[in-house]
Design a protein around this ligand. Structure first.
Ligand SMILES: Cc1cc2nc3c(=O)[nH]c(=O)nc-3n(C[C@H](O)[C@H](O)[C@H](O)COP(=O)(O)OP(=O)(O)OC[C@H]3O[C@@H](n4cnc5c(N)ncnc54)[C@H](O)[C@@H]3O)c2cc1C
Length: 416
């Protein structure tokens, strides 16, 4: 078995182009938007700046790194994508500029796999072109989002149409989305609890779909909406996948989407560590630079080791997803689960340490750290809470021991 962490010259060239584009084109605009608070002071100028960045990215061939050429993308595998996502997310707007931001990126994977040809042309094509936005509507206020078998939003068939009633919240992007992928309960008496839900594509706006509010969160009111669904009617042709396959579709979507989050979180953590070291080399206290103090070196060392572990886990999980495309017997759920849990927690720890080394400056909004910290807290429970991943990881480890007399296959199925 070959273990090779080097990339081909073509991929190194792509990574360098992405890096240069992020540093030279996106970062100056990103910094200007933040400095001038453009988003709140001049929304039209803010959108103009962002759309212009997108045009430049498209012209430079840095568009849709996660999609195949058929959809106008760069046709990268998941390992290669890790490299591009990690470069893109070094700035806040990077993923959006390359059109590989959540939740659209996960929705593109989902549509590419589950949609009919007609649905693909109608929804996936414009999403890939960057002319529309989408959202994914699953979580509900009344029941635990961690357990989708509890979903209460209900759809019943009426002739050639479905009538949907329910309540969703924290639906990212819903405020501006042109369509939603909605998961609703359709089966009263399924064979298994996981076979009760079905997914639908909903054009937005639609009668019966009401945005109650954008929910104010730790990082402000930025597009996570509460939605009331009352007698919303959709044609059966808007069903995405088969009846009862909504849970499966959600699981399919979450594999690559969770890992794409990890790739972006690695970029954020790396930025925080760079800032931590930079600050420690410039700040002087009690006779020496912070960088010369053992207490600070431990913060740097722990962050470095955890970032290294994160990169290895993400690369390995991405490798397994790539392998699974040609060999469906290769699993990746466990590796993605472990990576998601570890990277989400690593991100929170590294940003926290960086804030600590910056002192009051780190607590201010003069650096991006405070903003990054507010965003990072979400990582520990969204797309699978820490404890749910731990539960599944433990179940797989116990099963491996029961089945094979060893836990080895559960620890990444590596050759050591
Ligand atoms: C910023 C943001 C964006 C989001 N975007 C979307 C979106 O676009 N679309 C969408 O559908 N949803 C979205 N969500 C919702 C997100 O997916 C849910 O928050 C997540 O699935 C957890 O569900 P919940 O909030 O209902 O928490 P719950 O399921 O109620 O869980 C709460 C806590 O209970 C504990 N817990 C739960 N189950 C177990 C268990 N089995 N064992 C031990 N402990 C357990 C965990 O500590 C967990 O954190 C978003 C959330 C946020 C904050």
């Amino acid at each position: 078995m070959a273990i090779d962490f080097s990339f081909s010259p073509e991929l190194v060239e792509i990574r360098d182009r992405v890096k240069a584009f992020v540093d030279d084109v996106i970062r100056p605009v990103n910094d200007r938007i933040e400095r001038d608070h453009l988003r709140s002071t001049d929304k039209a100028a803010y959108l103009r700046e962002l759309l212009d960045l997108r045009r430049q990215a498209k012209t430079a061939g840095l568009w849709l790194p996660h999609m195949s050429a058929e959809w106008g993308g760069m046709g990268l595998g998941h390992v290669e994508l890790a490299m591009v996502q990690a470069e893109a997310a070094r700035t806040y707007y990077g993923p959006w500029v390359f059109n590989c931001q959540a939740p659209d990126e996960g929705n593109m994977h989902t549509l590419a796999h589950w949609a009919t040809d007609d649905q693909k042309e109608r929804y996936l094509r414009p999403l890939c072109d960057g002319t529309v936005w989408s959202c994914f509507a699953m979580t509900e206020p009344e029941v635990a989002g961690s357990d989708p078998t509890l979903i209460r939003t209900n759809a019943y068939q009426d002739g050639d149409e479905w009538v949907i009633n329910g309540h969703k919240w924290f639906i990212s992007n819903a405020h501006r989305a042109n369509f939603a992928i909605l998961v609703a309960r359709t089966e009263d008496d399924p064979d298994r609890p996981q076979a009760a839900n079905t997914a639908f594509i909903i054009d937005l706006p639609s009668p019966g779909w009401t945005e109650v509010r954008e929910i104010e969160t730790m990082h402000g009111s930025t597009g996570h909406s509460e939605i009331l669904i009352e007698d919303l009617r959709v044609a059966d042709s808007q069903r995405l996948g088969g009846r009862g396959q909504g849970h499966l579709l959600g699981q399919y979507r979450l594999g690559p989407a969770r890992l794409a989050h990890c790739m972006r979180w690695i970029a954020q953590a790396e930025t925080a560590l760079d800032m931590m070291v930079d600050r420690s080399l410039k700040r002087y206290s009690h006779g020496s630079l912070l960088a010369e103090k053992q207490g600070i070196q431990w913060l740097i060392a722990d962050s470095t080791m955890e970032l290294y572990q994160s990169k290895l886990m993400v690369l390995h999980a991405a490798y397994r997803i790539d392998q699974s495309q040609s060999d469906p017997t290769v699993g990746f759920k466990s590796e993605v689960s472990m990576a998601k849990h570890f990277v989400a927690n690593m991100l929170n720890r590294v940003i926290d340490r960086s804030i600590q080394v910056h002192g009051a400056l780190g607590y201010s909004t003069d650096t991006p750290l405070a903003h990054m910290y507010q965003h990072a807290r979400w990582a520990r429970f969204a797309d699978g809470a820490d404890e749910v991943h731990q539960m599944r990881i433990a179940q797989r480890t116990i099963a491996a021991f029961r089945d094979f007399g060893s836990t080895r296959s559960a620890t990444g199925n590596l050759p050591i």
